[in-house]
Design a protein around this ligand. Sequence first.
Ligand code: PLP
Length: 496
Amino acid sequence: MAATFLTVGSLTSSSINNVGEQLPGCLSLKRVPTHLRFSNGYRTKSASNPNLKAVEIPRQWYNLVADLPVKPPPPLHPKTYEPIKPEDLSHLFPDELIKQEASTERYINIPDEVVDIYGLWRPTPLIRAKRLEKLLDTPARIYYKYEGVSPAGSHKPNSAVPQVWYNAQEGVKNVVTETGAGQWGCSLAFACSIFGIGCEVWQVRASYDQKPYRRMMMETWGAKVHPSPSDVTDAGRKFLQVDPSSPGSLGIAISEAVEVAALNADTKYCLGSVLNHVLLHQTVIGEECLKQLEALGESPDLIIGCTGGGSNFAGLSFPFLREKLAGNINPVIRAVEPAACPSLTKGVYAYDYGDTAGMTPLMKMHTLGHNFIPDPIHAGGLRYHGMAPLISHVYNLGLLEAVSLPQTECFQGAIKFARSEGLIPAPEPTHAIAATIREALRCRETGESKVILTAMCGHGHFDLPAYEKYLQGGITDLSFANEKMKESLTTIPQVA
Ligand SMILES: Cc1ncc(COP(=O)(O)O)c(C=O)c1O
């Protein structure tokens, strides 16, 4: 498999024939010549292998807002409840990212230096899961777009690199952030090491304890890491007072990082999901994938992705949604969330804070309430009380559907996937894989040969203790804490 990935990366250079046409958001499609001859005389055929159909790295991010029939509701100031102004955000984000957050432009150019760094791992492979299909005995054709080839092991560097680049351009010296699974913290630490700026990360306590190697990775890239809640911020100390053994949550860790950014003039805050500009950066995934499927003569009937804050799911699906809105294709688009933290399927659509302490702007989103602390499931990156406002809006417009799955079904699916396809998924994409398996088995019953496209957004090499626990029968399904959600929803702001 590794050799195939290397081949895809190296074949994007000018050494291959350009026989493709121009599509928005991407450079022209590059097809690999049917027979390749290397200096060692080795010959290979590209005709039947999707990984050998190379595409170039997109030069533009795609902004779905431009194409929506109804524009999303604006974020509000947390004190006045008035629509937020750019200057209200300038203590947290650099100007360019604030512009991207509010942009209605269809395409935004990716800076050359960012494209150059993307080239360390992009384009990422699109793989047909033939062995999984065989195992399931399904007539469905399953494809997965694999983002685990990045330095951090997931899709998260697609946004970390531009976020840090824009901060560095505007002279910012340090950035701070939260991390749930550790993937985002690693991605930001990696990007900061490239651009030479400081990085401090609040890692949710449950994941800090479950994943020491993620902390070590961040430290190797030069970041300082705190378990959250921590005793280094006011917000953290307050949460510790209430519950000294708190497992933490993304909402709490965000409060801590935002507090530090607000108090230090040379420090800005970066978020790994949820916001429009993060979803925007992730659209490189879907743009590449459109071209890769086109090269194979395939079009998806169903697109499936896991949703924490929604960035990998949006990144894969939004370019396809553009084509759907234009009437070119008609895939069903399905978000998959954990049964323990089901913001889309059980939450309310309302204005709420993005963090637990109530320091961020108010966003209209599907939320379980900012005080909801999800059970410490192993998919730490899916333990967020809200959903990206843009995904929430699109869901509200009826343009996508959502399901929630229990974690044992997800691990069961991941084991099937690992034992047929070889890759060990991070706990987050096990949700997308399990939903894909559900659908493939449905196809076995109905005889439909659907094309299912799924986001395999990260590997699970640092999540092996979770797999060990599952294999030893130590993982159970916790029933959703409905009462806890109801209580938490009583604390969301009452916006008219
Ligand atoms: C591998 C992986 N997948 C998915 C997610 C969920 O985030 P998002 O919904 O923004 O893709 C995370 C978050 O940390 C992650 O690490």
